[in-house]
Ligand binder design. Structure first.
Ligand SMILES: Nc1ncnc2c1ncn2[C@@H]1O[C@H](COP(=O)(O)OP(=O)(O)OP(=O)(O)O)[C@@H](O)[C@H]1O
Ligand SMILES: [Mg+2]
Length: 258
């Protein structure tokens, strides 16, 4: 078998996002918390990856690093061909706006903007306007998420589940290369949750978007192409598509071991 020639153009194979031996320590001395202890993970175009693990295992920390919202204590974070440690704040902000959609636990909606204003914000920030095709896709997305009759409402006039769906619509609307989602179905009933998961799966398979999704729910993780398990800041297992029952058994074993 021949070895891979090192002259291959790296960018042709560059994953959408990659962390290389990342560690993250919060605080110092006796108070130090080692949230991540050397994690490698790479997410390719069109790949839907679920990240699971016990509470406190480092999942949200990993999502913040992948999204370029925080920096590692050690190791590297790559977005496409760029190592983000080499970027200044402005360059990183621009790269994030251009490439990443976020759904975080706090939703981060702009309180003074209504639903449609929040969903179109990524376009606004880029100084772009959705074209006819994009407007039609956003209309369909809002319809599917059950938000079509709430477009003029502010976040505080919405339920938690509705706010979560607005955050999901915003992350999907501009079809960023990477979507980073922390418990995106956490506040949703099971039918709405399944709709959101189907939308994420379609974003990956239909539009080639890369998706990193943290979830505690084995059913949610069963929609992913790959399931990654974290425990105590380490990646302890990584599997291809798994059914929910098997994921649940895996999780149980991890929690027993922890
Ligand atoms: N800003 C912070 N300052 C100090 N410690 C932190 C901070 N953020 C997280 N930690 C600690 O880092 C560890 C990992 O936290 P993280 O939020 O990544 O866990 P998680 O896997 O997302 O958990 P959960 O499932 O409960 O959301 C925890 O021990 C947590 O207390
Ligand atoms: Mg978390």
């Amino acid at each position: 078998m021949s070895t891979t020639p090192s002259v291959q153009p790296r960018t042709a194979f560059a994953p959408v996002a990659r962390v290389h031996r990342v560690a993250k320590r919060y605080g110092t001395g006796d108070a130090a918390v080692h949230a991540l202890r050397g994690v490698d993970l790479s997410i390719g175009r069109g790949e839907f990856v679920a990240i699971m693990g016990p509470s406190g295992s480092g999942k949200s920390t990993l999502m913040h690093l992948l999204a370029g919202l925080d920096t590692p204590t050690a190791g590297e974070v790559w977005l496409g061909e760029r190592e983000i440690g080499s970027l200044d704040d402005t360059a990183l902000t621009l790269l994030r706006r251009e490439r990443i959609g976020f759904v975080f636990q706090a939703f981060n909606l702009v309180p003074t903007l209504d639903v449609i204003g929040n969903v179109l914000l990524p376009f606004e920030l880029r100084g772009a306007k959705p074209d006819r095709e994009e407007r039609a896709a956003i209309g369909a997305l809002l319809e599917e998420l059950g938000l079509a009759d709430r477009l003029g409402h502010r976040p505080r006039e919405l339920s938690g589940g509705q706010q979560q769906r607005v955050a999901i619509a915003r992350a999907l609307a501009s079809r960023p290369q990477l979507i980073v989602a922390d418990e995106p179905t956490g506040n949703l009933d099971s039918r709405t949750g399944r709709e959101v998961l189907a939308l994420l799966a379609a974003a990956a398979s239909g539009h080639g978007q890369a998706i990193a999704m943290v979830t505690h729910d084995p059913v949610a993780a069963s929609y992913a192409d790959r399931v990654v398990f974290l425990a105590d800041g380490r990646l302890v297992a990584e599997e291809g598509r798994m059914d929910a029952a098997r994921i649940a058994r895996f999780m149980l074993e991890l929690e027993v071991a922890a």
